[in-house]
Write a protein that binds this ligand. Structure first.
Ligand code: GLV
Length: 329
């Protein structure tokens, strides 16, 4: 029997590629070129599996052009780069990497919120410019995190891990809004109160976005929503670019409509809205919320586990659409 063939679309830990080679004929990408859609289709010819990242779009056109493809394993928890309906129609299993990144990503969300509230990036730039010549009573005064009102939009695993940090570690009053409300026991355990989106916007001292990107969440935070927030509030986005209207956010930050923002994700990243780059009151990081070394290793391993199980007769540990594929069409 011929070995399945897989594409590892971006550079990844060598030991993960070595493990995949124990099972498959592997084409990898150690020079880490980002393939154009046409190159990706060309490289997927004759391949049954692909290990992908957010930079590879798996849509209906690609699936139609790659009829041998059976599994796409994303090295990310978010999978807005996959058209799941098209995967279902093509009978392609899609997998992601939940759970292994929850705590690491929550740590980063909390850190970015704190850096934003306490003006860490802005004050560090000031110091590096050599402008720190004396103490002043109001130098870089920010807003407190402990005891403040934490608002979480999107209350999945990462949102819940952030809620725990806020309520238990920092004595924050935690409110959240989500498509579905959590069970009462979970709310009690997290110390989190369910509110409408309007209430969340109006009440939060620090608003964190942790919801998946979809057509429904596109520009969930735009000019109208920013106008409902407190002028002293901060906004932190560790979810996906496109959930925030970056041009509207830049305008709000410039006008002092809200105090500050922390952004790890951007519309059209790696491009960043030029206005954001010029503003002092925004902390900018390059989509690294899950990037501890241990967690990135765990994500790569889980993506490989999914590919190996799915292409060797096993059960993929973290499927996205297994149920849809089992359903008779
Ligand atoms: C990162 O953004 C992820 O979805 O894992």
């Amino acid at each position: 029997m011929t070995r399945p063939r897989v594409l590892v679309a971006r550079a990844v830990f060598p030991e993960v590629v070595a493990r995949l080679r124990e099972h498959f004929d592997v084409e990898d990408n150690p020079s880490d070129i980002i393939y154009t859609p046409a190159e990706l289709i060309a490289r997927l010819q004759g391949k049954q599996g692909a290990l992908t990242t957010g930079s590879e779009r798996i849509g209906a056109d690609l699936l139609a052009a790659c009829p041998e493809l059976r599994v796409v394993a994303n090295m990310a928890v978010g999978y807005n780069n996959f058209d799941i309906a098209a995967c279902n129609a093509a009978g392609v299993l899609a997998t992601n990497t939940p759970d292994v990144l929850t705590e690491t990503t929550a740590d980063f969300g909390f850190a970015l919120m704190m850096a934003t509230a306490r003006r860490m990036a802005e004050s560090e730039r000031f110091l590096r410019r050599g402008e720190w010549t004396r103490w002043a009573y109001d130098m870089f005064t920010g807003s407190d995190v402990h005891g403040a009102a934490l608002g979480i939009l999107g209350m999945g695993r990462i949102g819940q891990a952030i809620a725990r940090r806020g309520a238990l570690g920092f004595g924050m009053q935690v409110s959240y809004h989500n498509r579905s409300r959590l069970p009462a026991e979970t709310e009690a355990e997290l110390g989190a109160r369910y509110v409408s989106k309007a209430e969340l916007l109006a009440q939060a001292d620090h608003l964190l976005l942790v919801l998946p990107y979809s057509a429904d969440s596109h520009h969930a935070i735009g000019a109208a929503e920013l106008a409902q927030m407190k002028p002293t509030a901060t906004l932190t986005n560790i979810a996906r670019g496109g959930i925030v209207d970056d041009a509207a956010l830049a305008a709000a930050l410039r006008a002092g409509r809200i105090a500050a923002a922390g952004l790890d994700v951007f519309e059209g990243e790696p491009a960043v809205h030029p206005d954001l780059l010029t503003l002092p009151n925004v902390v900018l990081t390059p989509h690294i919320a899950s990037a501890s070394l241990a967690t990135r290793r765990a994500m790569a391993k889980l993506a490989a586990d999914n590919l190996i199980a799915a292409l060797t007769g096993g059960v993929a540990p973290t499927p996205i659409n297994a149920a849809a594929l089992l359903r008779p069409s």
